[in-house]
Design a protein around this ligand. Structure first.
Ligand SMILES: *Cc1c(COP(=O)(O)O)cnc(C)c1O
Length: 236
């Protein structure tokens, strides 16, 4: 089932890339495996999928231990400072940094473990109260401060768009995010790359690709509905 689902998502990703005049290899498809068993992840490995997304540190660490070492684990959920030490050397990218204090904790741990930790800055593009993420107008100053830390490396931006029935409603947020990214990239801040735009989920990844996403995070579309009716982790 999951391999068929993945094939369908892949087909749509290719179509969206074609519509946007983009090359397929500009977009990384992250299979969001949160709450799903290791056995389902294993079904996707023979086909070559290696990017998986988890929103909880403990779950990421547990799955990481049980699965091959060449999997790239993306931490996409909110990160608490006291969990940073468990994840810096396991995640290939932390998508959800939205404060200087958190970035400082990540950098401190990076120094300790002698690694530079790639991160994205989470931006709350739609200004939703329930969501984590920095305000768009505060992103640049936060990035400037984080850029001075010794063991983190800002790679770009991440956003979680509102839950909408018509993905077209999110087009404006994705377009604004792309603009913000280009804007900050143009400032040429030392130690900052603005090459990654992590945006788009099951409901809206095609629109996100059309608007410039370089990473999409697809859970339900690949693994099916999650239990508990949880869609994603918000502040409530
Ligand atoms: C759960 C989650 C996703 C995937 O959501 P789907 O709608 O199931 O594709 C993407 N991004 C984040 C941050 C999530 O927590």
């Amino acid at each position: 089932m999951v391999t068929e689902n993945l094939a369908e998502v892949e087909r749509r990703v290719q179509a969206a890339c074609a519509r946007a005049g983009r090359s397929r290899d500009e977009v990384t498809l992250i299979a969001v495996s949160k709450t799903k068993p290791v056995s389902l992840i294993e079904e996707l490995l023979p086909g070559g999928t290696r990017d998986f997304g988890e929103n909880k540190v403990q779950e990421l660490c547990e799955k990481c231990e049980q699965l091959p070492g060449d999997i790239r684990w993306h931490l996409i959920g909110h990160l608490q400072r006291n969990k940073v030490k468990y994840v810096v050397d396991k995640a290939c990218l932390i998508h959800s940094v939205d404060s200087l204090r958190l970035a400082q904790a990540v950098s401190q741990e990076g120094v300790k473990k002698q690694v530079t930790v790639p991160i994205l800055i989470e931006v709350n593009m739609a200004g939703e109260e329930s969501k984590f993420g920095v305000k768009p107008q505060e992103a640049e100053s936060l990035i400037r401060e984080i850029a001075r830390l010794p063991a983190v490396s800002v790679q770009g931006l991440m956003t979680i768009a509102p839950f909408v029935s018509d993905p077209e409603e999110n087009r404006i947020h994705f377009a604004n995010m792309k603009k913000l990214c280009v804007d900050i990239k143009g400032k040429n801040i030392d130690n900052v790359n603005m090459n990654v735009l992590s945006m788009g989920m099951t409901g809206d990844y095609e629109v996100a690709i059309e608007e410039g996403a370089t990473m999409i995070r697809v859970g339900t579309g690949i693994f099916g509905e999650r239990k508990f009716g949880e869609r994603l982790e918000t502040m409530q």
